[in-house]
Design a protein around this ligand. Sequence first.
Ligand code: ADP
Ligand code: MG
Length: 461
Amino acid sequence: MEKSLNTKSNLIAEENVLNWNTVQEGFRKTFGSEIYSSWLKNISLITEYNHYVILGVQTRFIRDWITSRYADKILSELKKFKLSIDRIEFKIIGEKLEGIAFPAKSEDRKISDIKDGVLNYNRLNPNLSFENFVVGKSNKIAFLSAKKISSQLSRYNPLFIYGGVGLGKTHLINAIGLELKNNSSVMFISAERFMYQFIKSIKKNEMVNFKDFFRKANVFIIDDIQFIRGKEGLQEEFFHTFNSLFDKSAQIIISSDRPPNKLDRVQERIKSRLSGGLVVDIGVPDYDLKLNILKKKITEFQNSFHEYPNLNNEIIDYMAKESNLNIRELIGIFNRVVAFSKMNKKPLSINDCKIILKDVHNNNKVISIDKIQNVTSNFFSINLQEMLSQRRSRPLARPRQIAMYLAKKLTTRSLPEIGRKFANRDHTTVIHAVKTIEKLSQDNSLMKKNIEEITSIILSE
Ligand code: ADP
Ligand code: MG
């Protein structure tokens, strides 16, 4: 009964356009007023289509933060008001959204379908510019080559940039596109998207248009070419596209996660084309580069929020020193750390920072409850079995509660799951433990210190 009522009200909502004030009210209820007023209050509705909406936010920082943390929830919130919405996009207000510069004859009707498809997904990102690219030892040659290509067309053709994930490949080739788009018709596409268009065109019997479209560019930038590995049909098409662009002296720029000769399951003739121009790599950033990127991010933050982020030098140094970070992760950590300090309105400790780092490192890998139990019982020099037992004496009960608290804090396990791991206790016992320890660690500095120490042992092992 209730279900059919719901469906009905959804259907009614479906016919309406979104009432943004009501949606905002929903955000406030769902996210709570703290998150709402820090992050969501200023989101505006820019355009509404049947299946998706474009929302405006003020800065890149806010956009990145919202998309990484709240995008899913925002989408489900919007769905409450309009069921058909299945996608949201954020636009940074005040900064012009750049489209791809299209070939002069883009009014050609036949290619409009491909054009729209590509347009939707392949905008050059105005933020990924040369000005925003911090140069260091590991990327200097790639950077200089990219600059050179941008000023003297066709000196090297193709330019092939390779390197590991998150090191700035897309940023650099996007920057080339931005630089050239005013004077040339620039096509910027990921290899994956290229394939998608290719398959779509085959299905719709529009291969002629496909070929025309891609061959009209003067500057053809293709990202993540390794994607074509093992895909014969796609390689065939890419080979022909490459050749005809090359023949008419269009500049070709390619990124890849590995050098041309390491592209296994790619035809030899393609590999030889790819390595026929200039091949440069981007390496892992050193301390200086990481530090400079962080400094740049701090400046961006200041420009967005008109305040200095609550980070001391020790923390910044720690983030830059942390080994095996790629730049994407580094920025991710920076954003989290800053948002964390903003939300908690207190300076961060190294330990907070470690927790955040660990979270990013582990991504989906969870710290096990077993480990938390082991470390905690060791820390208090008590027997693990006794810690888990039903005995209520304080020297056992407190460590038990601390372990439960940490299990809640450091893992993604649900309360009942945690309860089960603690000799089948009820989830209400876990809630009680979490509340107790939370309170104690606020009032009691020894408790706070112990928890920090245990946490850092768990995280460092
Ligand atoms: P890749 O394509 O190599 O996986 P990206 O180009 O997507 O990496 O870079 C990941 C993130 O790091 C992006 O947000 C990018 O702007 C940023 N980034 C990478 N290198 C630099 C750099 N040298 N200066 C500033 N930002 C950088
Ligand atoms: Mg990339």
